[in-house]
Design a protein around this ligand. Structure first.
Ligand code: FAD
Length: 230
């Protein structure tokens, strides 16, 4: 399985797949911690208290969206939010609490929210805390990480998929590595590591319990100049 991107979505998908025994290759175009996720400051909105409700969260979100929201997506987000927050806490995300460890989560009331439901981590470092927790989770399972590897194309085929209305299936990927001379062309059918593991000079690492995948120890994060893929 190829996972593209190392923000919250990619890291969690990679962690979950690898922890269920799948063979996972995570490719990301910059250093592992680089993502929008790490810069998010404002917090996570979710219903985590009996004095709040999913319906209220849905209603507030739709009002704030001013008619632009996909109602089903909003409903899914608001309904599953509390469980996902619990998942993230279980993975080690440190959310701010009212009075130290073990006390209730501190809940802010912000913007269009009519209830106190916005959770933060270390004040305005919520995204960074999330990125760190998820990278630690990814480090705890066996999977392969390719940094500075830019997904250029998906290799797709038209095919009937049981139980799906989609007829397009991804069979592999083509990537371009930042380092010279390391372009990878994946043959169709190479669904997972074959598409990227032949990278001769790209930064490839087996991610496991090693500090090298930590955002605190990310190598080269400040000195590299990204090269535009060709
Ligand atoms: C300054 C700022 C503040 C924000 N504040 C909040 C907030 O308060 N609350 C909130 O909920 N949201 C906030 N957001 C939005 C939030 O950060 C994003 O919605 C969320 O992080 C998206 O997560 P993601 O994993 O989908 O994408 P990202 O975190 O953007 O990760 C995408 C990953 O894909 C990689 N990538 C992209 N293209 C390629 C490619 N072709 N090949 C290989 N890799 C690729 C990137 O390098 C990156 O690692 C904020 C965003 C910013 C920038």
């Amino acid at each position: 399985m190829i996972v593209v991107g190392s923000g919250a979505a990619g890291l969690l998908a990679a962690y979950r797949a690898a922890s269920r025994g799948h063979d996972v290759v995570l490719v990301t175009k910059a250093d592992l911690p680089e993502s929008n996720t790490r810069y998010a400051q404002g917090g996570v909105a979710a219903v985590t208290s009996p004095d709040d409700s999913i319906e209220s969260h849905v209603a507030d979100t739709l009002v704030a969206g001013a008619g632009l929201c996909d109602v089903e997506a909003v409903r899914l987000l608001c309904t599953e939010g509390p469980d996902r927050v619990r998942d993230l806490l279980a993975l080690g995300l440190e959310l701010d609490r009212v009075d130290g460890p073990g006390s209730p989560l501190a809940r802010g009331r912000e913007a269009a929210h009519s209830a106190h439901r916005v959770l933060h981590s270390h004040g305005d470092s919520t995204g960074l805390s999330l990125e760190i927790a998820l990278i630690d989770a990814v480090r705890s399972v066996p999977l392969e990480v390719h940094e500075h590897t830019f997904l250029r194309d998906l290799v797709v085929a038209e095919t009937e998929l049981p139980g799906s209305s989609s007829t397009v299936r991804a069979l592999g990927a083509r990537t371009v590595d930042e380092l010279p001379g390391s372009r990878v062309e994946a043959p169709a059918g190479a669904v997972s590591s074959a598409s990227t593991s032949s990278t001769p000079t790209g930064r490839r690492r087996r991610c496991g319990p090693t500090p090298s995948c930590s955002p605190r120890a990310a190598p080269g994060s400040s000195s590299r100049t990204p090269r535009t893929p060709t």
